[in-house]
Write a protein that binds this ligand. Sequence first.
Ligand code: SF4
Ligand code: SF4
Length: 63
Amino acid sequence: MVKIIIDYDECDGADCAECVDVCPMEILIIDGDKVVVQNKEDCSLCEVCMDVCPHEAIDVKED
Ligand code: SF4
Ligand code: SF4
């Protein structure tokens, strides 16, 4: 399983959404003004969401 943790104290949500834009598996979506995780079992652990995040607010790891 994959664990995807978003630090909402650091995340800019819909004002940023860079991780949402780059995720090739559409795991990260905007819900209102927040980024939320869906279908995390489809995550390929590519880590591009972590690479683009300006605040290191998202962490993806094998659980
Ligand atoms: S690691 Fe890759 S597939 Fe998984 S949520 Fe991040 S960008 Fe999407
Ligand atoms: S890239 Fe980082 S700050 Fe931007 S929406 Fe994603 S988790 Fe939040």
